[in-house]
Design a protein around this ligand. Structure first.
Ligand code: BES
Ligand code: ZN
Ligand code: ZN
Length: 475
């Protein structure tokens, strides 16, 4: 998509359609700029358009005008700025228009127009051989964005959509090995150091938790670490992503009706690796280490059985009472490895629990952690870029959720309830006391079951923008 900036009036612009976002308050008394464009004072919108959020109305005179509802003026924020642009883009794509102008008059951050359009353009029909979706070729923004901001935003969108595309890929395409290949490409391009442990090597190192889950699948599994070194003595941020390329549940097998969706169980790893791509571009003044345990969770003959016990890299023993709670088991070793590699502030991203979907649906990621200040900076980072994050507590009493009769911890709690917290309190067992850690349960936000006016259904690339924003706070 070619982007140009302009402060010219529409009649001097060669676009097929002008997108004009409009607040509810403006439909009766048209904004001056719109009057100028229309060449008249009033527009009879009747019941067709009231400015409600994400409402659209196409006025087919030439050049066409697309009104997009921006809701109430006082509610408008970064998240909605992005989504309103995305809503317009999805309408435009459906109408097969290619050259658009976008009036940025009400935007406090016009680069969100580029972000919203870029994310809205993502098409999940990657294996359709006939229906090709239309793309927007030219975008003229009537407003100001610096050249560096344009470049940074385009890059962010591209990388986020890349993460979405690998989450979307079926499990027979994106295997653990395929993920490793992507990481190797990154390491070559950006001169990251890379460590890849296959099952044998991981077992030798003591990653018994990861290896336990991996042994149910015939696909080779890998523990992967990518490192960007700024300076030896600088802070090291660790990003650990759950990379289950398919989660059948293992021996505790899932019901079949929606099992296919579990190809997305590597969304945390996809986000972590995508983030590393941006680290390579942005070259922050901190060290970053990304760790992803990459394996399928299948019920092969070698698979863990409920009741089996494994030992993690920090020496703790885990009783695997339910093989479908595999994410926390592989992350145990991932978290320990990230700290061995120097991380003192750690974020994990994991499609960990169905319970988070019950609690928050697809509107917010759950965050839990061991240090208030780090938790707060992660939540703020998300809020600022329109990725909502909601904090849940970990109380001392929640340790009870880990009780095992035979091992240090069990991977599922003895009673029902607090499913999201149970996941987090388990992971906390693998964090050293002095380190700061935030767990993000993205099971509800990494994948949309239903499309939004501004986003296709399927993978969202959640977390990439939060992490990039956090870099600024930590560097
Ligand atoms: N990958 C799933 C969680 C999940 C569910 C992700 C729905 C995306 C959408 C995870 O491995 C899992 O199966 N968790 C179990 C844990 C339970 C056995 C304690 C769950 O949530 O049911
Ligand atoms: Zn599972
Ligand atoms: Zn899973």
């Amino acid at each position: 998509m070619k982007i140009t900036l302009s402060d010219e009036l529409l009649n001097k612009i060669s676009a097929e359609v002008l997108i004009f976002p409009m607040f509810e308050e403006e439909t009766k008394n048209l904004p001056e700029s719109l009057k100028g464009i229309l060449g008249r004072e009033q527009l009879d919108l009747g019941n067709d358009f009231s400015g409600k959020l994400y409402e659209t109305f196409l006025i087919p005179q030439l050049p066409k005008l697309l009104l997009v509802g921006a809701g109430k003026k006082s509610d408008f924020n970064a998240r909605l700025e992005r989504n309103v642009a995305g809503t317009a883009a999805r309408k435009i794509i459906k109408s097969k228009l290619k050259k658009i102008a976008f009036d940025a008059r009400i935007y406090t951050k016009p680069s969100l127009i580029i972000e919203g359009i870029g994310l809205a353009e993502f098409d999940p029909g990657i294996y359709k051989t006939k229906e090709k979706t239309s793309k927007i070729d030219d975008l003229i923004v009537l407003g100001k964005i610096s050249a560096s901001e344009i470049k940074k935003t385009q890059n962010l969108v591209e990388v986020t959509n890349w993460a979405r595309s690998i989450v979307l890929e079926p499990a027979n395409k994106i295997t653990p090995k395929a993920m490793v290949e992507e990481a190797k490409k990154l390491a070559r391009t950006y001169k990251f150091s890379i460590e890849v442990y296959d099952e044998k090597e991981a077992a030798k190192k003591g990653m018994g938790a990861f290896v336990g889950i991996a042994q149910g699948s015939h696909q080779p599994s890998y523990m992967l670490a990518l490192k960007y070194i700024y300076k030896k003595e600088a802070l090291t941020l660790g990003v650990v992503g759950k990379g289950i390329t398919f989660d059948s549940g293992g021996i505790s097998i899932k019901p079949s009706d929606r099992m296919h969706e579990m190809k997305m169980d590597m969304a945390g790893a996809a986000t972590a690796i995508a983030f590393m791509k941006l680290v390579g571009e942005l070259k922050p003044k901190i060290n970053v280490v990304v760790v992803t345990p990459l394996t399928e969770n299948l019920p092969g003959g070698g698979a863990l059985k409920p009741g089996d016990v494994v030992k993690a890299l920090n020496g703790k023993t885990i009783e695997v009472l339910n093989t479908d709670a595999e994410g926390r088991v592989v992350l145990a070793d991932g978290l320990v490895l990230s700290q061995k590699l120097g991380a003192t502030k750690i974020i994990d991203l994991a499609t960990l629990t169905g319970a988070v979907i019950v609690a928050l649906g697809s509107e917010a990621t759950a965050a839990l952690g061991n240090k208030e200040d780090f938790l707060e900076s992660v939540v703020d980072s998300g809020e600022e870029v329109g990725e909502r994050i909601w904090t849940l507590p970990i109380y001392p009493e929640h340790k009870e959720l880990l009780r095992s009769d035979v091992a240090d911890v069990a991977n599922i709690p003895p009673s029902r309830g607090a499913g999201v917290i149970a996941g987090a309190v388990f992971l906390q067992e693998f964090i050293e006391k002095n380190n700061s850690w935030v767990h993000l349960d993205i099971a509800g936000t990494a994948w949309l079951d239903n499309e939004k006016p501004y986003l296709a259904k399927g993978p969202t690339g959640i977390g990439v923008r939060t992490l990039v924003n956090l870099l600024d706070k930590l560097s």
